[in-house]
Design a protein around this ligand. Structure first.
Ligand SMILES: [Zn+2]
Length: 103
């Protein structure tokens, strides 16, 4: 249980759309409609209170994460892990389009 809480604590500081740690966001998070900073989504995913690409599917985002990590020469198991993790983020959890997130 403690471990789970610790995990949730870490998750809070990640963009709940792409999984990027918000501390790496040069803009310190996306922007809400009123101009305040979002603590949920990064500036690449979210601006002015809405997703930049509302039509993006979970598969699209997983593909994007894999490509980004490949550019950074991340090993295959990191790419697989991070792509899997995308499905557990708040934006995608409710979509339920990926069976891997339910196991
Ligand atoms: Zn993001």
């Amino acid at each position: 249980m403690k471990k789970l809480l610790k995990q949730l604590e870490l998750e809070k500081n990640r963009c709940q759309s792409c999984g990027m740690p918000l501390q790496f966001d040069p803009q310190d998070g996306g922007s809400e409609a009123d101009g305040s900073r979002s603590r949920t989504y990064c500036s690449y995913c979210y601006a002015d209170g809405q997703f930049r690409e509302p039509g993006l599917s979970l598969e699209d985002m997983q593909q994007r994460v894999r490509q980004l990590l490949r550019k950074r020469n991340a090993p295959w198991y990191i790419r697989a892990y991070m792509a899997h993790r995308v499905a557990t983020l708040a934006r995608w959890r409710s979509a339920g389009s990926c069976a891997c997130s339910r196991t």
